[in-house]
Design a protein around this ligand. Structure first.
Ligand SMILES: [Zn+2]
Length: 348
C-alpha cells in the first residue's frame, strides 16, 4: 500500500489561510505537501514560510520544500530573482553563443546563491525534507521526451563551463555533444545537487532529500540531455533518499505509465532508496476522469510508496488549470483514499 500522498501548493502567504487549504488536502486523503517556494517567496515572505510549515506539521502533514524554478534550473513557471539581479552567470547556447534565460548552475555566483538559499531554509524552516524539482540544463530538453521534439543546440557552453571542461579534459570544449561533453554535463549537474544536499544534512540531519527527474524513455537509440537522464547516476548518490520521476500526459498509453513506473521503482530499490511517482493534476486531464484512478491503482500495485500530484485543486484559478480542475481534484482525493494505507491516513 501507498504510504504517502500529497500535492504541491503555491501562492502561500498567510498561515491562517493555508490552514484551511491544508484541511482541504487532508479531506482529500493527503498526508503530505510540497511547498513550491519561489525566489520571491524565500526573499520576501520568509517569516511566513516558517509559520506555514509549522501549521502544516501541526496538522500532521509531512512538509517538503520545493526550490521551485530557482534560476530556471528547476522546473516551474515562477520568475527568477537571481536572473533579475544578475546580468551574467547565464547558460549559453553552444551553437549560437547567445545567453539564455537560465542561470548556469556551474558558476560560483549561482552556486553561492543557491547554497545560501537552502542553508537558510534548512536552518529556520522545520520541514521534513527538500524536493529537487526537475533540475535540468536549459537546452536541449525535448529529445525523446514524453512530448517529443528534437534539438541540435544544447547548453551550457558559457565561459565558466568551457574553462572547467578544458581544465578536466585538456582541450577546448566542443560545440557538439560528444560523449565527454555528455559526461561533463552530467557530472557538473550532480555536483551542485550533492553539495546542496550535504549542506542541508549538516544543518538538519533528518531532512529527507527527494530528487525528481523527468520521466523519459532513455532508450538505447534516443535519450534526453537534460543532465539528469542517467537515472542510475542520480539515484546512487548517497545523500538522495527518495528517487522520484515526474508527471506523464494522460494521452499516453498505459504501457508508458508502466514502463516509467517500473524503472522508477527498480532503480530506487537497486540503490536502497524510497520511490515516488507524480501524477498530472493540472492543465491536462484524461477524457474519462476514471483514468486518474486507474493510474493511481496501477502505481499502488507496482509498489510505489509515495504518490504526489501537481497541484492543489487541479491548478484551479491559474492559466494552467485542468479544464475541470475541481473534479480532477476530487477524483484524485478519492483515488488517494483508496490506496493510502490506513495507518498513514490523517482523515478522521
Ligand atoms: Zn555554464
Amino acid at each position: 500500500m501507498v504510504k504517502e500522498t500529497g500535492v504541491s501548493y503555491y501562492g502561500l502567504s498567510y498561515a491562517e489561510h493555508a490552514k484551511a487549504d491544508f484541511q482541504e488536502m487532508i479531506d482529500h486523503n493527503c498526508n503530505a505537501v510540497v511547498l513550491a517556494l519561489t525566489e520571491f517567496d524565500i526573499d520576501f515572505w520568509f517569516p511566513n514560510i516558517v509559520e506555514i510549515t509549522k501549521a502544516a506539521k501541526d496538522m500532521g502533514l509531512k512538509v517538503y520544500l520545493d526550490t521551485w524554478g530557482i534560476g530556471k534550473w528547476f522546473g516551474g513557471e515562477q520568475t527568477s530573482l537571481f536572473l533579475t539581479n544578475n546580468a551574467g552567470n547565464r547558460q549559453v547556447s553552444a551553437l549560437t553563443g547567445e545567453p539564455l534565460a537560465a542561470a548556469c548552475f556551474n558558476t560560483a555566483a549561482f552556486r553561492d546563491y543557491f547554497y545560501r538559499v537552502v542553508e537558510k531554509l534548512a536552518e529556520y524552516v522545520p520541514a521534513d525534507g527538500f524536493f529537487w524539482d526537475e533540475p535540468h540544463y536549459q537546452l536541449p530538453k525535448g529529445i525523446a521526451s514524453v512530448t517529443g521534439g528534437v534539438a541540435d543546440d544544447w547548453s551550457c557552453r558559457c565561459p565558466v563551463c568551457q574553462k572547467k571542461f578544458e581544465d578536466e579534459y585538456g582541450y577546448p570544449m566542443p560545440k557538439i555533444l560528444t560523449p565527454e561533453v555528455v559526461q561533463f554535463r552530467e557530472n557538473k549537474a550532480l555536483e551542485i545537487i550533492r553539495e546542496a544536499s550535504d549542506r542541508i544534512k549538516a544543518i538538519r540531519p533528518d531532512s529527507k532529500i527527494v530528487c525528481c527527474v523527468h520521466a523519459t524513455q532513455n532508450s538505447y537509440y534516443v535519450t534526453e540531455r537534460r543532465g539528469y537522464d542517467n537515472w542510475d547516476k542520480v539515484a546512487k548518490n548517497g545523500n538522495i533518499d527518495v528517487f522520484s520521476t515526474t508527471i506523464i500526459n494522460y494521452n499516453l498509453p498505459m504501457s508508458f505509465f508502466k514502463n516509467i513506473t517500473k524503472r522508477t521503482v527498480d532503480i530506487a530499490a537497486k540503490y536502497g532508496k524510497g520511490n515516488q511517482r507524480w501524477l498530472m493534476g493540472y492543465y491536462q486531464e484524461p477524457e474519462d476522469l476514471g483514468k486518474i484512478k486507474e493510474v493511481v491503482h496501477l502505481y499502488d500495485e507496482m509498489g510505489v510508496e509515495s504518490l504526489f500530484a501537481w497541484t492543489y485543486r487541479g491548478g484551479f484559478g491559474t492559466v494552467l488549470a485542468a479544464p475541470h480542475a475541481l473534479d480532477v481534484w476530487d477524483t484524485l482525493g478519492q483515488a488517494y483514499g483508496e490506496v493510502l494505507a490506513p495507518e498513514y491516513k490523517l482523515k478522521k
